[in-house]
Design a protein around this ligand. Structure first.
Ligand code: PLP
Length: 398
């Protein structure tokens, strides 16, 4: 038996994937399962973007490209940062990767030495701590709660900093909570980071998905000094319904981007050439798709929040961004049936899948076991039916 790398120590199998596998198995056996676990828009990629990819294939744009991305895409990314965030970057400050997740992975590989700490506010995207650990670092979790809008306060951040602290991860709007920081909250967090020499990592993948007139701000844009001390991560997956195309990008200090590029050059090389041309069209072409999708998500969000709050034992605040509701389900813990008692978020997720045919994600892997994550990136009919089934199943518990 081959002994596996010790880098895997502490790395757990994703419960999310286990639930997805179980949901698929149930579907294959003929059971009707409502999926409220999706981590991607249910919309099709816009036609103009698909056409750009087809044209790229026909034009023979099917060979290796520069490792860090074609100049046309870097320029489109630079123009996007100028347009949306008032941030100025040069081509040397931009890396295009095979998805935003890949850029983040490259970043942790590029900056972390053994024992380095990365401050991560919880609830967090499941991959941040895992990627920090794979790079040999130590995730330092700062718990936030619903009362604080699931946002880390500057003094909580300051208290988590040690001489080993290398970076902090800000994900606004957030997966899984949908929480989004205001410009002034970001300025305060940035000032702590700048004061202590901590690199800011800002995952802005849900930037375009915000509701009620809220406009997310990049923490990098809160001052010139913040811009020089931040790596911004973004991509086309969520904003343009392009999850399968695998294009994400990073922008930041040239030395860090160069290091990330070197890692990418010795691992995956360039992201798919055809997808890069599609992303050029996504960023430079008409942006009409985004407001259409946001409007639809907003009404689904409202329906989901209202429906969840009508279920005894569940409470949900209205999220400001992304496409998830992080619902407090601690009120149902302790309830059960003869021979069965629900005690945590995994219990509940597995039970709802078996009993109600509703697939959703437990909160535990996101860092808070009192919650479940439900995605409204699915049809209004699915949302209504999913909530109805949940309410009916939970009403049977004593
Ligand atoms: C979806 C997502 C990403 C990136 O997704 P890619 O498809 O790899 O571009 C990054 N961060 C968060 C929090 C996400 O939810």
């Amino acid at each position: 038996m081959i002994k596996l790398s010790s880098r895997l120590n502490g790395l757990e199998e994703s419960i999310t994937l286990a639930i997805t596998a179980k949901a698929n198995a149930l579907r294959a056996s003929g059971k009707n399962v409502i999926g409220l676990g999706a981590g991607e828009p249910d919309f099709d990629t816009p036609e103009n973007i698909k056409e750009a990819a087809i044209k790229a294939i026909r034009d023979g744009k099917t060979k290796y490209t520069p490792v860090s991305g074609i100049a046309e895409l870097k320029d489109a990314i630079i123009a996007k940062f100028k347009r949306d965030n008032n941030l100025a970057y040069t081509r040397e400050q931009v890396l295009v990767s095979s998805g935003g997740k890949h850029s983040i992975f490259n970043l942790f590989q590029a900056i972390i030495n053994p024992g380095d700490e990365v401050v991560i506010p919880a609830p967090y995207w499941v991959s941040y701590p895992a990627m920090v650990m794979l790079a040999g670092g130590r995730p330092v979790i700062v718990k936030t709660d619903e009362g604080a809008g699931f946002k880390m306060k500057p003094e909580e951040f300051a208290a988590a900093i040690t001489p080993q602290t290398k970076a902090v991860v800000i994900n606004s709007p957030s997966n899984p909570t949908g929480a989004a920081y205001t410009a002034s909250e970001l300025k305060d967090i940035a000032s702590v980071a700048l004061d202590k020499g901590v690199l800011i990592i800002s995952d802005e993948i849900y930037e375009m998905l915000a509701y009620d007139g809220f406009k997310p701000v990049s923490i990098a844009s809160t001052s010139d000094k913040a811009a020089r001390n931040t790596v911004v991560l973004n991509g086309v997956s969520k904003a343009y319904a392009m999850t399968g195309w695998r294009i994400g990008y990073a922008a930041g200090p040239p030395a860090i981007i160069q290091a990330m590029t070197n890692i990418q050059s010795q691992s995956t090389s360039n992201p798919a050439s055809i997808s890069q041309w599609a992303a050029v069209e996504a960023l430079n072409g008409t942006q009409g798709f985004i407001p259409m999708m946001v409007k639809e998500f907003a009404s689904r969000r409202d329906a989901m929040v209202t429906g969840l709050n009508a279920i005894n034992g569940i409470s949900a605040k209205t999220p400001l961004g992304a496409f998830y509701v992080f619902a407090n389900v601690s009120g149902v813990y302790g309830r059960g049936l003869p021979g069965m008692r629900l005690t945590d978020s995994s219990d509940l997720a597995v039970w709802l899948l078996d009993e109600a045919g509703v697939a959703l994600v437990p909160g535990a892997p996101f860092g808070d076991d009192n919650y479940i994550r439900l995605s409204y990136a699915t049809s209004m009919d699915n949302i209504n039916e999913g909530i109805r089934r949940m309410g009916e199943a939970l009403a049977r518990l004593k």
